[in-house]
Design a protein around this ligand. Structure first.
Ligand SMILES: [Zn+2]
Length: 349
């Protein structure tokens, strides 16, 4: 069967190749791949900056934002042939650490977790894949191809849950939140914020293309300024750019008792003018919280599925801006202006 594979840590090794059918030992549920979303992590793996092949192998099947159709549910999975499913990405570490032991693999404390398509387990960019029943999430069939948005939605479901839990430390009735960045994560964070009944503001650089309209269609407000010059102090900021200056300004800008949840991963970049001690003084004197959030556990997968299921399909459809065939995976990994989510489509829905 056809798969997109890469030799991790070696740039230029990604290719479409024929690989054997998935091994039944990898899970009792056999799934036909419909589509796989691509994100910055896939780009990093293809560029040789990240990723680990399974033990004893040199190549890794790419892909962690899956959507598939059950071909064979196997015994006792509760699934039926034809069900739409998405595969959970992370698996608990084998020790396991206390968090993995209770199913909170997203909070793994020893770093020995594995991840499909990223770290030591083959991903979902193959015509067929197998999965353990407990890691297959059934999606609302009316979502169709939009089910491929589930994995990025889990990331923001966890971020919002984290914000809420921190907020509960004191009187907490937030009204206004800022999302920095209008890529898939920023837009999905805005969507969930609106579903929570908050006045949502999204800040990004672009002034044209689909992003400002998508924000307005949510009933949220779009800003193409910098964080510093916003005319209000948000109570919550979900940071989705990973850009140093945006992070620095967000920590300064968030109101007293406010929470900045960092979801973007960047390196270096523009140095903020604010020094670390100045930023921390603002954090201390105003009871601010800065928290990082990555990955998601099963509770967040469930919440994300619920959130997508009650979202206007027309809005979600506009998040998938390109669909590419597997043989054109290199084009799928290119970042073009106005791209939001690009998916590689393996079969018709
Ligand atoms: Zn762990």
């Amino acid at each position: 069967m056809k798969a997109i594979t890469v030799e991790p840590k070696k740039p230029g090794t990604a290719q479409v190749e024929d690989i054997p059918e998935p091994d039944p030992r990898n899970g009792s549920v056999l799934v036909e791949c419909i589509a796989v979303g691509v994100c910055g992590t896939d780009v990093e793996i293809v560029e040789g900056k990240y990723g680990w092949a399974p033990p004893g192998k040199t190549r890794l099947v790419l892909g962690h934002e899956s959507l598939g159709r059950v071909l064979d549910p196997g015994p006792a999975s509760g699934l039926k042939k034809g069900d739409l499913v998405v595969g959970i990405v992370r698996r608990p570490d084998p020790v396991p650490c206390p968090n993995c032991a209770v199913g909170e693999w997203d909070m793994c404390s020893n770093g020995q977790y594995t991840e499909r398509g990223i770290k030591q387990i083959d991903g979902y960019m193959s015509e067929r894949w197998r999965i353990e029943p407990e890691y297959a999430i059934k999606v609302d069939p009316t979502l169709g191809i939009l089910g491929v948005l589930l994995e990025p939605t889990t990331v923001v479901a966890k971020a919002w849950e984290t914000v809420r839990l921190i907020g509960q430390r004191s009187f907490w009735e937030p009204r206004r939140a800022l999302i920095t960045g209008a890529g898939p994560i920023g837009l999905l964070a805005a969507l969930i914020g609106v579903q929570h009944g908050l006045d949502i503001h999204v800040l990004a650089r672009v002034t044209s293309g689909p992003k400002p309209d998508l924000v307005k269609a949510l009933g949220a407000t779009y800003h193409s300024t910098n964080v510093e010059s916003l005319g209000f102090e948000p109570e919550i900021i979900i940071e989705c750019t990973g850009v140093g200056s945006v992070i620095g300004e967000s920590i300064q800008k968030v109101g007293a008792g406010g929470i900045v949840c960092l979801t973007g991963v960047g390196t270096g970049g523009i140095t903020s003018r604010a020094a670390v001690a100045d930023i921390s003084a603002a954090v201390v004197l105003k009871n601010k919280t800065v928290v990082g959030s990555v990955n998601a556990n099963k509770r967040h997968w469930y919440k994300a599925g619920e959130a997508l299921a009650r979202t206007d399909r027309k809005w979600l459809e506009q998040l998938i801006t390109r669909r590419e065939k597997p043989e054109n995976f290199e084009q799928a990994l290119e970042r073009r202006s106005n791209d939001i989510k690009v998916v590689i489509q393996f079969s018709d829905i």
